[in-house]
Design a protein. Structure first.
Length: 214
């Protein structure tokens, strides 16, 4: 079973990806993990990707594609895989499709977890993290017992720079453009399933798993 997960930041894509990959007994392959593993192995592409990221620049498509396809060549992917964060755009999607065609493989399901932008802004801007132990909180969904103080180590809670409203809105704008093009790309191939991500976590999981029991 080969699966792609799509969705804007804050939809819970990473959480669902881990659950689904475990359920299907296939590797969960996220872009971040790909880059970290490639750099740890000191591969040429991994070092190149690290160089771009350390400068705060986007990793070029050809580097990302090279690292992703190297990962899909590993033995644990032969019986299936779940991609989380790759492909990120149509260039990467086309490269993946060409690779799969050449290896007589295909994507079985693309799950697009959809949540309205208003809800995503609330989810992302409400996140807080402890300066001491790193415990995560949310001012609405998982508030501390005392405002802005960690329950565990009593250190202050802070809002990360990338969770501030202006940054969140811009991230969503950029990602929405890319995601919408991928949604259209996979809709045309008849393998896209749209999931209501505004439901609770268990309901979202149940909705996705239902596609494997039919």
């Amino acid at each position: 079973m080969n699966i792609i997960m799509l969705g804007l930041p804050g939809v819970g894509k990473g959480t669902q990806s881990k659950i689904i990959a475990e359920h299907q007994s296939i590797p969960h392959i996220s872009t971040g993990d790909l880059f970290r593993a490639a750099y740890k192995e000191k591969s040429e592409l991994g070092i190149l990707a690290k160089d771009y990221m350390s400068k705060g620049e986007l990793v070029p498509d050809e580097v990302t594609i090279g690292i992703a396809l190297q990962r899909l060549n590993q033995p644990d992917c032969h019986d299936g895989f779940l991609l989380d964060g790759f492909p990120r755009n149509e260039i990467q999607a086309n490269a993946l499709e060409e690779y799969l065609d050449a290896h007589a493989m295909k994507i079985n399901h693309v799950f697009f977890i959809h949540v309205s932008e208003d809800i995503l802004v609330e989810r992302l801007t409400g996140r807080r993290v402890c300066l001491g132990c790193g415990s995560p909180y949310h001012i609405v969904h998982n508030p501390p017992k005392v405002n802005d103080i960690c329950d565990s180590c009593k250190e202050p809670l802070v809002q990360r720079e990338d969770d501030k409203e202006e940054t969140v809105i811009e991230r969503l704008r950029v990602n929405k453009e890319l995601t919408n093009k991928l949604v259209e790309f996979y809709q045309k191939r008849g393998i896209l399933q749209t999931i209501d991500g505004s439901q609770n976590l268990n309901r979202v999981t149940t909705d996705i798993l239902s596609f494997f029991s039919t």
